[in-house]
Design a protein around this ligand. Sequence first.
Ligand SMILES: [Zn+2]
Length: 132
Amino acid sequence: MKIKTKAIATRCEKCGYGFVYPQDRKEHLAYHRKIERARQYFGNFVLIYAEREELKRQGRAIWQNENLPLSERVDGALMEITGWYARALAESGFNRRFESFNKYVRRLLKTSPQLYPKEIRAELQKRYTVAS
Ligand SMILES: [Zn+2]
């Protein structure tokens, strides 16, 4: 008699893939490997959904806090931007020709000039116009 394995809906903590075990085991494995390969190439820019959301949430709280020093608020803005960049990178399928983070920041500042208060924007521009 064949023992039927009970299906379990789960989500992998490492790659964020939501799947039903054991049915989607192969699909998960393929995705998991893809994420690990992407991490070797893109490093910390490969983030799962929950990580991206947390980074954006924390970053926003930091840059919006006017009691903090400007350099910290700029770092907060960069955390938020990193969350967006990580999402765009994931949506590209971790395309190795995806634009660099520096380019992404510059483009974002140009296309969304109202995104950050002018003192934060000025500092971001200073940091990201000189560097490639
Ligand atoms: Zn996984």
